[in-house]
Ligand binder design. Sequence first.
Ligand code: HEC
Ligand code: HEC
Length: 317
Amino acid sequence: MIKNIFILSLILSLLSCSILLPIKVGDADDLVIKATPERLERGEYLVEHVAGCMDCHSQRDWSRYAGPVIEETRGAGGEAFTEEMGVPGTIYTPNITPAALKSWTDGEIVRAITSGVSRDGTPLFPIMPYPNYSHMSQEDIYSIVAYLRTLDPIENEIPKRKLNFPVSLIVRTIPREADFGVLPYATDSIAYGKYMITAAGCADCHTQIDGKGKPLEGMDYAGGFTMGLPSGGNVSSSNITPHETGIKTWTREGFIARFKALNNEATKNIPLQEDQINTIMPWLYYASMKTEDLGAIYDYLRSIPAVDNTVIKYPEQ
Ligand code: HEC
Ligand code: HEC
């Protein structure tokens, strides 16, 4: 009985939280983004090759190496993040083609991408990397929105997400007003690399998190984050700090070449061998990143603290 009253009062106090936990993001800006050729070009580059949008917001063929995008689903969403993958619930990527976003204003799309609030006010779970995008330049975000409007419209109804309690409440505390940054000059290679690595979300997989989703202190880019694969098995992210257990011995050319090796049509179609465990590292997606951008990412990674962390790529579990 006492236990029941305790649970009831806990639930009541958490429910009142949702009234006491107003989302800290205001109305979307009233703006119209002009689709200039420069913006469309930059937006295509960021959406298709850097910021991961198409990797998450399309369905993937996990029977092939690194899960190439299934073309007919480009941008139409439907990939599921599940409890087996370590998510507190089941979350589907929404459709972000014009079929779904046509009734959204440009300001509403900017707000969703940078502050994590959907059109109807729903707070987005930060698998959608809005905390990263909120530090990009406003111009880069406008370019992304301009480009999204040009995608082929694909009709695709996406199931509603299911978040477990209490994350279903806590999620309300995560959205923040955007804190736009400035795109550094490419000549300032380390600052520029930091901007690109943030936009590309490399830390989201290469830094381990605690039970509350907070990155482990002192473990930036040290890898060891184990993820379940949709095709079965587990894979751990590599240590990409400049330590012996990381990429200390990698040259700049070798680093770039590792990505570029997959930048052709043939490599988008390598069937997995029997018993081969796939990788979740978006090799195919980043393969077409500009050489100078990959080089700057390498320069940035060489500038961060070296962390001793030996990672077993395919842990038994
Ligand atoms: C790591 C995977 C991932 C990446 C990368 C990603 N998204 Fe998302 N995105 C999601 C998920 C999952 C949601 C839904 C979250 C939820 O429902 O709580 C979402 C939600 C959204 C929404 C809100 C849609 C709606 O109907 O509420 C927009 C718009 C969006 N993403 C655009 C983008 C753009 C543009 C990019 C690239 C700049 C991007 N996303 C990159 C996973 C991702
Ligand atoms: C969705 C998760 C994910 C994202 C995002 C991601 N990685 Fe990875 N990465 C992995 C996993 C898992 C591995 C280990 C498996 C493999 O080698 O394919 C890996 C491997 C690597 C390796 C190979 C290291 C080695 O020792 O063989 C490098 C280099 C690397 N990632 C760099 C990056 C960079 C740079 C970015 C951002 C541009 C990035 N990764 C983004 C998951 C990710």
